[in-house]
Unconditional design. Structure first.
Length: 259
């Protein structure tokens, strides 16, 4: 017999803007708490136009001391690009990751991360690497999104590291979501919260849904500082940031805001 849902979020309607293939865990946990979920993916991840750059870097992986994998997308892109299994392809290079989801995806592929920062963002990753290891003269491979900023790599370079940044995948708008249906739900005051996990998701959302359509009572939940900055531009003073930049942090924040 199925367990009844936990009532903590019973009757609450939450919009999840993550890509469809990355929202399953969040959706499942929220539904177990009694919430009704509207999937409204605003972005999708597609391969870089030129995959040969990453492929060439992976073929010379022994030249690198570290590879930085800051999202599950980065892990999946490396896995797609390599011609062998990931553990064999990465060899003895040390692996630094951001986030439990990234770490779990690596583990699924038979690879263990060597370094996970205390906070799940690129700035903390680089800061703690600099503080905890010798990066001077070390060579880093950083496969990332076309929208990744240069802040983290520059900090490593300032500390004497050599960082090869490769735009390995692209983030583009997802036009599959039903914007008209969401506007109707917002107008009817049926939405309690909207969850955002990246600045690009914020931008794409408000390109489709005017900010004035989102009433003051709707909670805007951010996964981390960069996403919060983007949300604050669209809806100042209305954002709640998760204490931990992971699914568990988003769920805890939604319980705190709506429960």
């Amino acid at each position: 017999m199925n367990e009844p849902p936990d009532p903590l979020l019973a009757g609450r309607c939450i919009v999840v803007t993550r890509p469809r293939d990355q929202s399953g865990q969040l959706r499942e946990q929220l539904e177990q708490l009694g919430a009704r979920i509207i999937s409204f993916p605003t972005i999708k991840i597609v391969p870089a136009r030129d995959a040969s750059l990453l492929q060439a870097a992976l073929e010379r992986i022994r030249q690198y001391d570290w590879i930085l994998l800051t999202s599950r997308n980065a892990v999946d892109t490396v896995a797609r690009t390599t011609k062998t299994d990931v553990a064999e392809a990465l060899g003895e290079v040390r692996i630094a990751v951001v986030g439990k989801a990234t770490q779990r995806r690596l583990t699924d592929l038979g690879v263990q991360a060597d370094f996970v920062p205390s906070q799940f963002n690129m700035a903390t990753l680089c800061s703690e690497l600099i503080q905890g290891t010798t990066v001077d003269g070390q060579r880093f491979l950083y496969p990332c999104s076309d929208l990744a900023d240069a802040e983290g790599p520059q900090a490593l370079r300032d500390a004497g590291a050599i960082v090869d940044v490769i735009k390995a995948y692209r983030t583009i708008p997802d036009d599959s979501a039903d914007a008209d249906a969401l506007r109707r739900s917002l107008a009817a005051d049926e939405i309690d919260a909207i969850v955002f996990a990246s600045p690009s998701a914020v931008q794409a959302f408000f390109n489709m849904i005017a900010s004035q359509s989102v009433s003051q009572h709707v909670g805007l939940i951010s996964i981390g500082p960069k996403t919060t900055q983007a949300l604050e531009k669209a809806a100042p003073g209305r954002v709640t940031e998760a204490r931990q930049a992971e699914v568990e942090g988003l769920v805890e924040t939604l319980i705190r805001v709506l429960g």
